[in-house]
Design a protein around this ligand. Structure first.
Ligand code: C5P
Length: 232
């Protein structure tokens, strides 16, 4: 499994995004495009960033009836993204439909990962709002296993959960982990954080890093620091 650093391009416009990417003259980072940028600029932003030579994780977290997700995934597959995602809460049938939609005529497809429980959901809100009364760790692992059984490639999780996900779902099942901060850096609104080096030790396959790179005085140096700590 090739480890990589994914840069969360949480910008509101094409202009800000391109100004940021222009700084990278050498290595082309794997880029995460989220709802904000995608909804602001539409699918063309994906084609344009792809044309600059970046791999793309399109983080739209689909969750709908299987047929709708299948057809939406067919569109994303044609956009030629490298990784995309769904909510595991959409059920196994929805995840299987997502894979069907993503798979091209030649059998190739982008990687597909699942969101288990959002980190904004805690035990209390899960019980109160969703009527799910099992311990949240158990729920997360069950959702991960359901995603694996549906044929997905991995899950988004905390680096703290990466080892447990691998032991439940197999070493080849990919863990994509946000919540990464440099030692001594500002944690911002992320609560349970790890450094890139710790995430590597914990078994993360991909780290998703936003503000520690995008808001750094020298974003290229911050990206390179992540690569040195996590990949090399
Ligand atoms: O700036 P920061 O490094 O906190 O950005 C992390 C990225 O990962 C953001 O795009 C955020 O939405 C995303 N993310 C997260 N926690 C999750 C899932 C996604 O921080 N559980």
């Amino acid at each position: 499994m090739g480890k990589d650093v994914i840069v969360a391009c949480d910008f509101a416009s094409r202009q800000q995004t391109m100004e940021f990417l222009d700084k990278f003259q050498g290595a082309k980072p794997f880029v995460k495009i989220g709802m904000e940028l995608f909804y602001a600029e539409g699918p063309q932003i994906v084609r344009d960033i792809k044309a600059r030579g970046h791999k793309i994780f399109l983080d739209l977290k689909l969750h709908d009836i299987p047929n709708t997700v299948m057809k939406a995934m067919r569109v994303l597959s044609e956009l030629d993204v490298d990784m995309c995602n769904v909510h595991a809460a959409g059920t196994r049938a929805m995840m299987e439909a997502a894979i069907k939609g993503l798979t091209r005529a030649d059998g190739s497809r982008p990687m597909l990962i699942a969101v288990t429980q959002l980190t904004s959901t805690d035990q209390e809100s899960m019980e109160r709002d969703l009527l799910i009364e099992r311990p949240i760790d158990e729920v997360v692992m069950h959702y991960a296993k359901t995603a694996a059984d549906a044929g997905l490639d991995g899950v988004v999780c905390s680096p703290l959960e990466a080892g447990k996900v691998h032991s439940h779902c197999g070493q080849g099942f990919v863990t994509v982990t946000p919540g990464v901060r440099f030692a001594g850096g500002d944690t911002g609104d992320q609560k349970r954080v790890m450094t890139p080096a710790q995430a590597k030790k914990a078994g993360s396959d991909y780290i998703v890093v936003g503000r520690p790179i995008t808001a750094a005085p020298d974003p290229v140096a911050a990206y390179e620091r992540c690569v040195v700590e996590f990949v090399d």
